[in-house]
Write a protein that binds this ligand. Sequence first.
Ligand code: MV4
Length: 660
Amino acid sequence: MFSKILIANRGEISCRVTRTAHRLGIKTVAVYSDADANALHVQLADEAVRLGPAPSRESYLCIDRIIAAAKATGAQAIHPGYGFLSENAGFAQACRDAGLVFIGPSPESITAMGSKSGAKTLMQIAGVPLIPGYHGDNQDDDFLLAQARDIGFPVLLKASAGGGGKGMRAVHEEKEFFEALHAAQRESASSFNDDRMLIEKLLVEPRHVEVQVLADRQGNAVYVFDRDCSIQRRHQKVVEEAPAPGLGDELRRAMGEAAVRAAKAISYEGAGTLEFLVDKHGKFFFMEMNTRLQVEHPVSELISGLDLVEQQLRVASGEALPFNQDSLKPKGHAIEVRLYAEDPASGFLPSTGSLRKFDIPCTDGVRVDTGYRCGDAVSVYYDPMMAKVIAWGETREQAIARLHAGLLQVRIAGVKHNTGFLTQVLAHPAFKAGQLNTHFIESHHSELFPALPVEEKKLLLLAALSFLKKPETVQSADAGSPWNKLLSFRVGAADPVTLRVALHDAVTEVFLTPQGTAYAYRIGDATGICSLAVGSKDSILALTCDGQQQSFAVTAESGRLDVFINGQHIELLRITNAHAGNDDGNGLHYNAPMNGRIVSVSVKAGDTVKEGDTLLVMEAMKMEHRIRAHGDGTVAAIDVAAGDLVNEGQTLIELDKETA
Ligand code: MV4
């Protein structure tokens, strides 16, 4: 076995590999870019080597620097993780040339599976079922049309060099064929520098089922069962589980045995995955082989009891697999979800920022794989996946329940994330029934987007009252109340107050008038009585609104309240005059509430404005914010123009107060 390895990756996978290496007594060398100098994966490793600036092309993808780092630190082998250089035959070859072990398959195996058409030819010989289609060299327009006719419409055009859905076009009728072909060829040429196409019968709403394999240098190969990864968005997996629900023993064995034949056909070594499509009739077809460890490998670990990274290390160091197929038995069920920094409400746009809060508890039966901690930045440079949450259960139902319960405890603030969306997927009747296919998200789109899980009015009141925070110890009148240790809030003066509260991109005025220990509130036309109490932990606030009490998990900072409900994060901001307009005696300075860009200026110098008029619109954090006049006046000066970038606190506009 190796005594020291270098891990040519970052984030959760680097942390994951380090954990197993350390358990086996192997020292690890991390690599990092400038953006990751203080990252968790660097701290967990025994040593770390800087590769270069933040962009991957200048750091994690620099083969020469990685090889040099391994040499300089005396590492004997390199684990590529997944992504980056994990399926780069040139990297595997460079390791070999430098006398280092690449922990993965040979460059020849990677190359054999790198071309779709070449892989198909090999798989056909190995007796692995292929989707009916054409994968030959003749790329003549009319010849390809004749092939499509033979296959029968609808067909799917795929880039021979492709992957991830690039250069892929469905063609439903003959008359659309050439237009689709030429579009797919152009896309493929620009993405892969190769415009060769293959044609397949289009399968309607298939399932994505993949088989984990392990193979050693002695020629042994086993399948470590299957995973269903049908729930994807734009070819990004979102939910994965093992074993694939409802597959049946016969199909499971047939797919597993086909996967083992495939691995043996290319003298595969290490951990790999055969991806198949399964149609409604339970027929399976080879799609592609991933010649690396995959993101979703933990679900296979949880049902097999194996540590797949340990097996990779053993095989790479020359050991034979210590088990055969008969000794592997799947146990229970495991499901993984990927937590992405992205905004489901705006088309899953990636979200970047600093993690003000990052708390994913390991509840019962739940494993969390992450490379992030509170305070870390999610940057534009790398994949937006922040964590994987994986649950095991005796049954699929138990695994779903445990994962769902775990997600409800997630507290992440600072970036938008998909946790609320994931809880909706897990709770969906079709998911619970195991009705999985590659169109799951599209088919159930309208039911998967979490609505605001609580009345907007309550959130606004919760925030407004918390912003008034001036706690006094007041015992609840009801001694049996769970809230009798709570503190209640009061403002000092008995005057009515107005607070401006921003929720998403809307600012709402909340009017509060003290009434005993409570407040009379008005929001728009809605009026009533509300009060706030704080739990024994100040992370719990209890709002009583019109006689109903509800408690909320929060983190409060000055001028900001983060509320966590069902894994969702809701941010409420106090918009104050100190932010938006500073009264300096004779006029008002309106300052930028945050860093951003001016979208438009609605007034010009000399204009008279009335309270509430929009003065300008700025954009920050992909949202538009209207800066409105807080009183009547005249525009004295405009300090910015549309398109300007502005810093928080910078003066934007100045008003002279109406003297009348
Ligand atoms: C298909 C298919 C239907 N019929 N091939 C998508 C990515 C690429 N690797 C292969 N893909 C597909 N190939 C035939 N003949 C449907 C897909 C597909 C898909 C496959 C797996 C998971 C999600 C998917 C989403 C859309 C389309």
